[in-house]
Design a binder for this molecule. Structure first.
Ligand code: DGP
Length: 114
């Protein structure tokens, strides 16, 4: 989608990727909330997690989890613990309308979230 900032990042028109495969990219969050704060996104433009239906897109979301786990291991936070979270719609804090998963770790993470 031409006016989507995360599509631009996925297309390497801006920013810097830390991971890429045929379906997914990952990059550092612009406003990190933890020592490790990486965003993992599908290359395919899907506005929000509630738009994901069963089938191909559901598999894609599973693949994103696998990649997030891999990055967590590479960053050395797998043992201590980390969080993978997606915000769906404004009430939950979503501000970019291309589905993305925050991988957060490297500090004690509070629960429940704010
Ligand atoms: P959310 O509020 O859940 O939709 O998360 C959006 C995140 O995206 C937020 O943590 C900041 C990050 N972000 C927004 N614009 C950019 C950008 O241009 N580059 C990068 N790397 N991150 C961005």
């Amino acid at each position: 989608m031409s006016d989507c900032i995360f599509c631009k990042i996925a297309n390497k028109e801006m920013g810097k990727l830390i991971y890429e495969d045929d379906q997914v990219v990952a990059f550092e969050d612009l406003s990190p909330q933890a020592p490790v704060h990486v965003l993992v996104i599908p290359k395919k433009h899907i506005a929000r997690i509630s738009d994901v239906t069963d089938g191909e897109d559901a598999c894609l979301m599973g693949h994103i989890m696998v990649i997030a786990n891999k990055i967590a291991a590479e960053r050395g936070i797998a043992e201590e613990g980390y969080r993978i979270v997606t915000n769906c719609n404004e009430g939950a804090g979503q501000s970019v309308w291309h589905v993305h998963f925050h991988l957060l770790g490297g500090r004690k993470l509070g629960w429940p979230p704010g």
